[in-house]
Ligand binder design. Structure first.
Ligand code: KG4
Ligand code: ZN
Length: 339
C-alpha cells in the first residue's frame, strides 16, 4: 500500500510517498528556516505564506521522486494538528482537495503520533509493545505508554496512555531560547550541540564552576519543567564561557529526559523505548538513553526523520488506517493532543 503523507504543522512543507508504512519512496522537505533565522524564531504568518507557495511543488516532487503518478497512490494522509493554525490549514485543505479530485481515501493524522512512527521508517524489526515513547520537539515534551497500534474506537491513531509532560517550556523550545540568550542562533538544538562540543575540546577547568539544576529529576511523576533552566542560563550568561554553559545546559536537559524515560520504562515493564521529535536528533540524548536502557531496545528515527516530514505521517497512517468518508469533517485542529 502506498500512502502520500503531507505535513505542514510548523515551518516545514513536506510530502513523502511511503510503501507499507516503512519503505520511503520519496522524502521532500521545504523549510522556511532561512527566513526565521533572521527573526530568531518562527513568525507564523511568514511560515504559512511560504507554505502556500511551496505545497504544490513539494507534492509534485514527492510523486516524481517516487516515480509514480497519483493513480499509484492508495491513500493520502495529512497532519491535522497540533500546530500553527495557518500552517495546518495549508496542508489540510490541499490534502482534502487532492483526495476529492483524485478520488482517494483521506486519513487525518495527529502530528505527535506521527513523530512516534518516525523510528519505524525503514525498520525491519519493529518495536515490541508496550513501549514507552518520549516525544520531544519544539512544541511538546511528553512521555506516553504505547500499547499498540490504533484501537477500533481511538480517535486518531495509536493506543496511547499519556504519562506526563512539560509543565512549561518544551525541551526543544528551551534549546531555542537558551541558544538565543547565548547568541548562538536559530534553530537552537544543533547550535547548542555544536557549542557544547567545542567545550569538550577546551580545558576541563572551563566548566568546573558551572552547574545547572536538573528540574524534577527525582520527583515521583513523569512531568518535566524547563523554564527554570532558561532563567538560570540567563543569570550565568554574561559572566561565563558560552560553550561551557551550552555544554552544561545540554547535559542538564538530556539527564532529565533520559532518567524520566528510563523510570517510565521500568515502571511499565516496557519492551521498547521509542523516541521521536526534533530533539531526538540530539547525540547526547541518544548516548544516555542507549547506556541506561539495559536490555530494553531504544528506537530513534534516522536523523533525516527527526524533524517534521511527510514520511512519518504516511507511516502513522498505514498502521492506523482510518479514512474519513466525509471530507468536510476533516479540519485543522491546532490544539489536538494524545487521546
Ligand atoms: O519536531 P520538530 O522539527 O518540530 C516540532 O514539531 O516542534 O522539532 C524542532 C525542535 C527545535 O526546537 C530544535 O531546536 C530541536 O527540535 N532540535 C534539537 C536538535 N535538533 C533539533 N534539539 C536538541 N538537539 C538537537 N540536535
Ligand atoms: Zn514536529
Amino acid at each position: 500500500m502506498r500512502i502520500l503523507g503531507i505535513e505542514t504543522s510548523c515551518d516545514e512543507t513536506a510530502a513523502s510517498v511511503v510503501e507499507d508504512g516503512v519503505r520511503v519512496l520519496s522524502h521532500v522537505v521545504a523549510s522556511s528556516e532561512e527566513l526565521h533565522r533572521k527573526t530568531g524564531g518562527i513568525v507564523p504568518e511568514v511560515a504559512a505564506r511560504e507554505q502556500v507557495r511551496s505545497i504544490i511543488p513539494v507534492v509534485d516532487e514527492s510523486l516524481k521522486q517516487a516515480a509514480i503518478d497519483h493513480e499509484g497512490l492508495d491513500a493520502i494522509a495529512v497532519t491535522v494538528g497540533p500546530g500553527l493554525i495557518g500552517s495546518l490549514l495549508v496542508g489540510v485543505e490541499t490534502a482534502k482537495t487532492l483526495a476529492w479530485v483524485w478520488g482517494k481515501p483521506l486519513i487525518p493524522i495527529n502530528h505527535l503520533v506521527a513523530h512516534i512512527y518516525a523510528p519505524f521508517l525503514e525498520l525491519e524489526k519493529f518495536p515490541e509493545f508496550p513501549a514507552v515513547c518520549l516525544m520531544v520537539s519544539g512544541g511538546h515534551t511528553d512521555l506516553v505508554l504505547m500499547r499498540g497500534h490504533s484501537l477500533p474506537r481511538a480517535k486518531r491513531g495509536g493506543d496511547f496512555k499519556w504519562l506526563g509532560g512539560t509543565l512549561d517550556d518544551a525541551a526543544g523550545e528551551c534549546f531555542d531560547k537558551v541558544a538565543r540568550i547565548l547568541g548562538l542562533g536559530y534553530p537552537g538544538g544543533p547550535a547548542i550541540s555544536r557549542a557544547a562540543t567545542d567545550n569538550n575540546q577546551a580545558p576541563i577547568t572551563n566548566n568546573a564552576k558551572i552547574i545547572l539544576p536538573r528540574p524534577l529529576i527525582h520527583e515521583d511523576n513523569f512531568d518535566f519543567s524547563f523554564s527554570g533552566l532558561k532563567t538560570a542560563v540567563m543569570r550565568l550568561a554574561p559572566t561565563s564561557n558560552t560553550s561551557a554553559v551550552a555544554y552544561e545546559f545540554q547535559e542538564a536537559v538530556t539527564d532529565v529526559l533520559a532518567v524520566k524515560t528510563i523510570k517510565a520504562a521500568e515502571k511499565f515493564s516496557a519492551k521498547s523505548i521509542i523516541v521521536g521529535g526534533g530533539v531526538a536528533a540530539n547525540q547526547r540524548l541518544r548516548e544516555k538513553l542507549g547506556e541506561c536502557a539495559g536490555n530494553v531496545p531504544v528506537f530513534f528515527p534516522a536523523l533525516k526523520y527527526c524533524g517534521d516530514n511527510g514520511a512519518m505521517v504516511a507511516g502513522a497512517a498505514y498502521f492506523n488506517f482510518k479514512s474519513v468518508r466525509d471530507l468536510f469533517k476533516v479540519e485543522a485542529d491546532p490544539g489536538l493532543y494524545f487521546g
